[in-house]
Structures are given as C-alpha cells and as structure tokens.
Design a binder for this molecule. Structure first.
Ligand SMILES: [Zn+2]
Length: 264
C-alpha cells in the first residue's frame, strides 16, 4: 500500500469521510421515519443559509442591490477606507494618497466626524469621495428599524455639517444588511456599497500580509477594503505605498466609488 495511506492527513480525511457518510445515512433513515419533521428541518436550514448569505456576503444581492465591484473589463480599482476619520491614521493616509495622486473613498462613522470635523473636511477638500458608515458602528442586524434610520440620518447630518457634502453612498458596518436596512437606504436615496477584496487589515496581520493578500487577489474593477479607524492602523498606513506603487506598475488606475459606479 502506498505510503500516503499511512499519513496523518489521509487518516483525518478518511475519518471525516466516514463521519460524513455515517451522518448522511443516519439522516436518510431519520427522513424515512419522520418525513414531515425532516422537510421542516431542511426548509429551516435552507432559510438560515440563504438569509445568512443574503445578509453577510459582500456580493449578495438577495435583499437589495449592493455595489461590490466596478467594470471587470477596465484596469481600475477603488481604494476604500472605513471607520474614520481618525486623528492620526486618516491624515497619514491622506498624505500618502496626495503624494501618489490617488483619489479614494472614505466611509465615515458619524460620531468620529463630530470628533474630527476638520479631518472630514480635509478628505473632501483633497478630492476624495465620502460615504456614510452609521453613527456608532452597530451591527444593524440586531437594530430596530427606527434605530437603523437614526444611525444613518445622524451621520448624513454630521457629514453635511462638517464637509457640506450630502452623501449618496452607504456601507453597513461589517457589510451586514437586511431588508430593514435596504428600506432605510431606499428611503434616503443611498446606494449600498460592499467590496470585492478585504485587505483584512482589521486583524493586524502584519504589513507584509496585507500587501500580499491585496496584490494576490486584485483584479480589474476591484473595490478594495481598508480601515483608517477603530484600532491601530499603522500596518494599513505602512502597506499603502507598496500597494499603490505595485498596482500602478501593473497598469492599474484608481477611481472613487462614484466614478466606478458610473462606468458601465
Ligand atoms: Zn466599519
């Protein structure tokens, strides 16, 4: 017998297959005995699966339209930054973007805008686009309809006061959206924006890992997700020049989300 059959990965694989097979057969026997109960269990699992995908997956259009990429035939990407403005990291990111002549999109948290209105203003003055990312960054799945509306409206007002911009973009915290969220965004005329590739910078995995993850996965039309607040974003600031320079060498140009949304 080949050596492979004695290795640990094979034994784990064989055990898992045996377990899956045994569960499947047990499931079939149960279904034969209790068909109605089994059908209900299947329907519930399906609903939970579809609901979970609909609410959480960045590409899902189940509960409403969400922009998750631009034109896949154009060598253009959009840099997006969530959770700011932050007193240190947002200005550092703005400096890098200015040095490289790159325009990006900042999804701002309302209470942060009220803390740092001058930084929010600088974002707009330097030609970047701004989006709404709620007032306190809650998980909207557990919020009541009135609270969802309140989170969005207070942020619209904070951004308008600080920058003079009436936002037309909304990115829900953690990308989570339900029909109740879409009801509010529709009422307020906001476009929901998700992403193509998360840099996973919120995990603070190390500057190198952020750079490699983005450069390995990037493709034309990608919306890239970074963070400029809610934690130490030193790694994001360090990774950004390398990412911008590598993408420029590969022939990519950079668009804001409104620019990307207009392209076919
Ligand atoms: Zn966020």
């Amino acid at each position: 017998m080949p050596l492979f059959f004695y290795t640990a990965p094979f034994r784990v694989l064989a055990s898992l297959s045996a377990l899956a097979g045994a569960s499947f057969i047990a499931g079939l026997r149960f279904a034969a005995r209790r068909p109605i109960l089994s059908c209900c269990a299947f329907a519930v699992s399906l609903a939970v699966g579809v609901g979970g995908f609909g609410a959480l997956h960045p590409r899902s259009q189940v509960f409403g339209p969400a922009l998750w990429r631009g034109d896949p035939s154009a060598r253009v990407v959009a840099l997006t930054f969530d959770d700011g403005p932050h007193a240190v990291f947002t200005p550092a990111i703005l400096d890098i973007l200015r040095q490289h002549g790159v325009k990006a999109t900042f999804f701002m948290v309302g209470e942060q805008v009220e803390r740092h209105p001058e930084i929010a203003r600088r974002v707009v003055e330097e030609g970047h686009a701004v989006g709404n990312h709620t007032y306190t960054h809650p998980d909207l799945i557990t919020e009541k309809p009135a609270e969802i509306g309140d989170e969005i409206v207070r942020t619209q007002e904070a951004i308008l006061r600080a920058t003079g911009v009436r936002c037309s973009l909304f990115r829900p915290p953690y990308g989570m959206r339900t029909p109740l969220v879409f009801r509010q965004t529709k009422r307020l005329g906001l476009q929901v924006v998700e992403w193509t590739i998360s840099s996973q910078d919120w995990r603070s995995p190390g500057t190198d890992k952020i750079v490699k993850r983005v450069l390995r996965r990037v493709r034309p039309g990608a919306i890239l997700l970074f963070h400029d607040g809610r934690g130490d974003r030193t790694e994001t600031v360090e990774a950004l020049p390398t990412i911008i320079e590598a993408l420029t060498r590969r022939g990519y140009s950079f668009a804001t989300i409104p620019e990307m949304a207009q392209s076919p």
